[in-house]
Ligand binder design. Sequence first.
Ligand code: SF4
Length: 119
Amino acid sequence: MTRKIRCIECPKGCSLSVNIEDGKVVMVSGNECPKGKKHAISEVKNPVRILTSTVVSEGLALKMIPVRTDRPVPKTALQRAMEEIKRIRINQPVRVGTVIVENFLNLGINLLATRDCDG
Ligand code: SF4
């Protein structure tokens, strides 16, 4: 089976053709550097994404505070992560890099503020 995957490791966005046999990547073409092959293998085995979103603030200068995870989240956990993010309320000023949730969803990653927000 051949799967087409867009490499997202750099802005070039190479279109990769990935040959998969018995669930394993046997050949990757279309990549212009070794990162593309690594990305293709990761996409087939365990696709992950850095999650960026916003959380609701209460009584602060911004109504919504932008956040992101400090490490990639498995794609299978993204929906659960977004549901959790919707429930978060921030009522204390934050700085860029403030940990909003430690060990987010017990995945060993943190959810961080990506913008300062004063009271
Ligand atoms: S294969 Fe290499 S050059 Fe192409 S998008 Fe991926 S990282 Fe960029």
